[in-house]
Write a protein that binds this ligand. Structure first.
Ligand code: FE2
Length: 281
């Protein structure tokens, strides 16, 4: 199974100056079984930004697509509704009525906001059959509404753990926006809880974004002896700030012994896009 990983497109004010059609042509040249997007698809979570993002995704020639929400997509009180309308609509998990919740603004006051959906988290499981393997995409919302810090809701994780114990799958993959490791810029306040989740569910591949630069790590918990890859993609079209790495990633044969990873860097120079591909392993 091959995965193409996009992240941090930032449709809206921070979207880059490059030609999206040329980028899409490049993306479409990779034989991806599934394209994943690890959030910050928009800059301010506005409807016009989501519309542009949808047009972009519609041009990608891959039949399977899975996306998670990012903190910028939740910059306002309707971002979560628009995400489900334009980017990805799946069966979202809710805490059950008796569960106490801790996450700030997990529920908005419907009387004030007039929202159709006052529950702001977007967590779901997607089971896809690819190459006769059942691949479970575990999609966790670790963003807070109108905040630069990350947080994962305990009651939702418990619900997901219960659901997973009833499911049959070959390969679990975690998709989330905030990185689990090295969140020194914007704090993912309870990252340890999600790391524990990864270890307990024996998840070996974690895909994330947010920081706009590339970091590819493999980490091992020596006590419980579980190892996982942590793939933090750069941005796939930000406003060309000096720190930003314009990157997408291509993973070949995920979950197999002949796994390969390619980093595709691209920059916009003198009116044209330049791509550079590196094979990492
Ligand atoms: Fe972000």
């Amino acid at each position: 199974m091959n995965i193409l990983h996009l992240s941090d497109l930032h449709f809206g004010p921070r979207h880059w100056d490059g030609d999206d059609d040329v980028l899409i042509e490049k993306i479409n040249s990779y034989p991806a079984d599934v394209v994943i997007d690890t959030g910050d698809t928009t800059t301010d979570g506005r409807e016009c930004e989501y519309v542009e993002a949808r047009k972009f995704f519609d041009k990608i020639n891959c039949e399977r697509f899975v996306a998670v929400i990012g903190n910028h997509d939740k910059r306002n009180t309707v971002g979560h509704e628009l995400f489900k309308e334009y980017i990805y609509n799946s069966q979202v998990f809710y805490p059950s009525a008796h569960q106490r919740t801790e996450k700030q603004d997990l529920f908005m006051d419907r009387k004030i906001t007039k929202l159709k959906e006052n529950f702001t988290d977007v967590n779901f499981l997607e089971l896809l059959t690819i190459d006769r393997k059942k691949i479970l995409f575990i999609c966790i919302d670790n963003n807070l509404v109108r905040s630069n810090h990350g947080f994962v809701e305990e009651s939702i994780l418990c619900t997901i753990e219960e659901k997973m114990s009833e499911m049959v799958y070959d390969l679990p993959l975690l998709l989330t926006h905030y990185p689990l490791l090295g969140t020194d810029m914007d704090l993912f306040m309870n990252s340890r809880r999600l790391i524990d989740f990864v270890n307990s569910k024996k998840i070996e591949h974690v895909f994330c974004g947010h920081d706009h630069f590339l970091r590819l790590e493999n980490t091992c918990d020596l006590y419980i002896n579980h190892r996982f890859d942590h793939f933090m993609c750069g941005t796939t079209a930000s406003a060309n700030r000096p720190r930003d790495d314009n990157i997408f990633l291509f993973y070949e044969n995920v979950g197999d012994n002949n796994f390969h990873l390619y980093v595709i860097r691209f920059s916009y120079k003198d009116g044209c896009l330049e791509f550079k591909e590196e094979k990492i392993r």
